[in-house]
Design a protein around this ligand. Structure first.
Ligand SMILES: [Fe+2]
Length: 429
């Protein structure tokens, strides 16, 4: 193949579609005004029931009613959404005369609203839209109704992304639905809403933010992908590109600078606000560029064993919070990817640790990350989450199912490499 033809078959285009963002203490007080501006008079509110305890949902109810907005609340959200919990939300919208959706809660809540909106607008079964090969990968034929996302945790970045993550316990995998029509029309990010978030939740979600940002910053560049046959086939996760880099870089810096403070003191609104903004910024970065090895490994890590009890998550069922399931394999993954993008790894290490790195090498970024994990009380590795070496083949098999993500790794990853990464991740310290 000639060099010219080879170049012609590489991607040469990237696209940035970011959610509109309103940020700051008190931003939620303007929710009525924002909904009116979007023409939403009758809305379906998907909300985390736990927020009732803190008076947040009553406050939002008051804000909506004083703006004359008619709201139907739905609060039956799964911590890790399943087909059944998405289905219940979609079912609850049936026959309702609504103009749009509002989601109030963490990533699971926002994802539930995205899927309820999709099925409400276009019908069909949820699996029709789930990413292939697990689902049929059907694309929504036209835009959905407006969705306004009000995140109350600073992690998933779901308020800025095109993705809804779905747990399929029967298959032992997590997958999702991704399409640009799923992206919220507006993210209203109010740091005051995280004041009640427990330290353990802030730690896990904050480490998720750092991983989103680092993974997208070091992802395979967009121009290394094959050119799609038509624009509709261009994946939402396009690979790193100069615009996503800006968002990802800033989010890494915020994680290094503010996460420890945000975990240690729930009244440190400056730090909690920075982590919320960081989560949304990382959401814009990875929502465009994509995540890879740690997130691919996180699916089986969260899915296969349910023994870990995380502080701060309440409830009595053991599970691995998403951020912890991601970060445990990140040091080993970044050690492996180092030589594909040395400067970027060194830069990320510098932002996380907040100081220049002397003689950067494969261990610089893993060391900076491990230091942060220890300071915020993260589990030390997959052993602490209940895994033994005998579980590694099953973990590898689960991670290999996430080819959509693994394709964005800056270095090729096969089963032997994943085995090595899981082995190194048994204990990070
Ligand atoms: Fe994540």
């Amino acid at each position: 193949m000639t060099e010219k033809r080879e170049q012609a078959e590489r991607e040469s285009v990237f696209i940035l579609e970011a959610a509109r963002l309103k940020f700051g203490c008190g931003a939620v007080e303007e929710l009525g005004w924002d909904l009116e501006r979007l023409g939403l008079a009758r809305i379906f509110v998907v909300a985390d029931h736990g927020l009732r305890t803190f008076g947040i949902l009553n406050r939002i109810g008051d804000i909506l009613s004083s703006a004359g907005i008619v709201a139907t609340f739905f609060e039956d959200i799964g911590i890790e959404p399943t087909l059944a919990s998405f289905g219940r939300a979609a079912e609850a919208t049936k026959g309702l005369d609504i103009d749009g959706f509002v989601a109030v809660g963490g990533g699971s809540t926002i994802d539930t609203a995205k899927v309820a909106n999709l099925i409400h607008c276009h019908g069909g079964a949820i699996m029709d839209y789930v990413n292939p090969p697990i689902g049929a990968g059907r694309k929504p034929p036209s835009p959905l109704k407006p969705l306004v996302a009000v995140p109350t945790t600073s992690g998933s970045g779901s308020e800025a992304t095109t993705v809804a993550v779905l747990d399929l316990p029967a298959l032992g995998v997590k997958t999702g639905i991704s399409h640009r029509y799923l992206r919220p029309s507006l993210a209203v990010v109010d740091p005051e809403l995280t004041r009640t978030t427990p330290a353990g939740v802030t730690a896990s979600t904050g480490l998720d933010v750092v991983c989103h940002a680092v993974e997208s910053y070091i992802a395979k560049p967009f121009h290394a992908r094959p050119r799609p046959a038509n624009p509709d086939d261009r994946p939402p996760y396009q690979g790193s590109n100069p615009v996503a880099d800006i968002w990802s870089a800033k989010a890494i810096e915020f994680g290094g600078q503010y996460l420890v403070r945000a975990v240690r003191d729930s009244d440190d609104i400056e730090a909690r606000g920075a982590m919320m903004l960081g989560a949304t910024m990382a959401g814009i970065g990875f929502g465009t560029a994509g995540v890879h090895i740690p997130h691919a490994c996180a699916y089986p890590v969260a899915g296969l064993r349910h023994e870990y009890r995380a502080a701060g998550y309440g409830g009595d069922h053991p599970f691995v919070p998403h951020g912890f399931s991601v970060v445990v394999t990140a040091p080993a993954a970044f050690r492996y990817t180092y030589d594909a993008a040395r400067e970027r790894h060194a830069q990320a290490a510098k932002w996380i640790s907040g100081s220049p790195i002397d003689r950067p090498g494969p261990d610089s970024l893993p060391r900076a990350l491990i230091d942060l994990m220890r300071q915020v009380g993260a589990p030390s590795g997959i052993a602490e989450l209940g895994y033994r070496e005998a579980d590694i083949p099953a973990l590898v098999e689960g991670a290999l199912k996430q080819q959509r993500l693994l394709a964005l790794s800056p270095k090729p990853v096969d089963s032997g490499r994943l085995e090595q990464i899981f082995l190194e991740s048994m204990r990070n310290w």
